[in-house]
Design a protein around this ligand. Structure first.
Ligand SMILES: [Zn+2]
Length: 391
């Protein structure tokens, strides 16, 4: 086939995918609402499992072979496999949310001005529903040659401690990973995410009576204050570095020279090279007050998602498919991390922010744009199909 024929074949596939997804608009909306109605705060295993059971039932109903991966502390994770083949493409997302049980009474599910409002609809039950619609479209329209695997996890909002190994293991088997986290405002995908670290700085001093023996003490609080000022230098190490000391504590009484003080530091970086330098700078603490000692623990929990050539290639592919669907797909970055940070750091081509469009994740006005769900599903289905067929 010459290029023109290939182009028109690709355009016809895109149109067919879109037509299929548009016809299922009510289905994807209903699926999102059903999942959102089953509230699933990360810390409530019973509630998360209830949501997981419904999700598993719906995944089976659309032809998925579902495995429930049992967990003791958090909700069970779900793996669903569609089709067969020697290689696979992976979709990842999470069905835990940041919202406590009962939040749905304060934020009832409602459709206003073409948007569905409610806890967890954007982050990220809408993304899960559109991932499921993409799987249906793929099977119906393209008949893919390879396996599509979905991994829906339950502890992303708490750092993915129990699912990280699972995500990495599945990613290593995959040609590419698509992350169904929300799109950027305006619909763009995420080709960069900062890496996130949390450090704990503990200062030990010497307690003394602040009035009688001030010279015999060494104040942990005063030393911590000096360290906080000094840590601002870390932020200046590179333009993409952010550092926030969000929590401090220390001391016992006004008239006691403080024996202990503590700070928790949130640090974000854009490259793994920055992560190494920043971690070293945070850890290398020399006390300024004689008699005090400093101990630093913690580190980077999520490596940065960097815009590597592989990430850029996937974005280019997505942009071309979006164009065939009549959309100009933008790209951008964010300071927040996702499970895509893990898969990208392994060198597996990863594209993030392919989920629903909307606004207000973790906020009271959280919502998705209902009419944008079908085209996002068609985009994802096209992207999966081309990745399976491509190099
Ligand atoms: Zn999320």
């Amino acid at each position: 086939m010459n290029t023109v024929t290939l182009d028109s074949a690709a355009s016809a596939t895109a149109r067919n995918l879109l037509r299929y997804c548009e016809a299922e608009r009510e289905w994807v909306l209903e699926t999102t609402m059903a999942l959102a109605r089953l509230e699933s705060p990360t810390s409530d295993k019973t509630a998360v499992d209830r949501c997981g059971e419904e999700l598993a039932r719906r995944l089976r109903a659309i032809g998925g072979a579902v495995t429930r991966l049992r967990q003791s502390d958090v909700g069970d994770q779900l793996r669903a496999e569609f089709g067969s083949g020697t290689s696979q493409v992976l979709l990842i997302g999470h069905f835990d949310t940041v919202w406590p049980m009962g939040q749905i009474d304060r934020m009832p599910l409602e459709i206003r001005d073409g948007c569905l409002f409610g806890p967890g609809v954007l982050d990220m039950k809408g993304g899960i529903a559109l991932g499921m619609l993409a799987a249906c479209a793929l099977t119906e329209v393209v008949q893919p040659a390879d396996r599509l695997v979905m991994l829906w996890t339950t502890d992303e909002e708490r750092g993915s401690g129990t699912s990280r190994a699972l995500i990495e293991e599945e990613a290593r088997r995959s040609r590419a990973v698509f992350v169904l986290e929300p799109a950027l405002v305006g619909g763009g995908v995420k080709t960069r995410r900062k890496g996130c670290g949390e450090f704990h700085l503990r200062v030990r001093g010497v307690a003394a009576h602040a009035g009688v023996d001030p010279d015999k003490g060494a104040s942990a609080v005063h030393e911590l204050a000096a360290q906080i000022v000094d840590l601002q230098r870390v932020r200046d190490m590179a333009p993409g570095v952010s550092l926030n000391i969000g929590l401090i504590s220390g001391g016992t009484r006004p008239n006691v020279v403080a024996e202990e003080a503590h700070a928790t530091i949130d640090v974000r970086v854009t490259t793994s090279e920055e992560a190494t330098r920043v971690a070293a700078a945070v850890r290398e603490r020399a006390p300024t007050i004689p008699g005090t000692r400093i101990e630093v623990t913690g580190g980077f929990e999520r490596p940065p998602l960097e815009r590597t050539d592989a990430v850029a290639r996937l974005y280019g592919r997505a942009r071309a498919i979006a164009a065939r669907l009549g959309h100009d797909l933008q790209e951008g970055g964010t300071g927040g991390g996702s499970d895509g940070n893990f898969t990208a750091a392994l060198g597996i081509p990863t594209l993030d922010g392919l989920g629903a469009e909307g606004a207000g994740p973790h906020a009271l006005h959280e919502h998705i744009e209902v009419d944008r769900l079908p085209w996002r599903a068609a985009l994802l289905a096209g992207l999966i199909a081309e990745t399976m067929a491509g190099d």
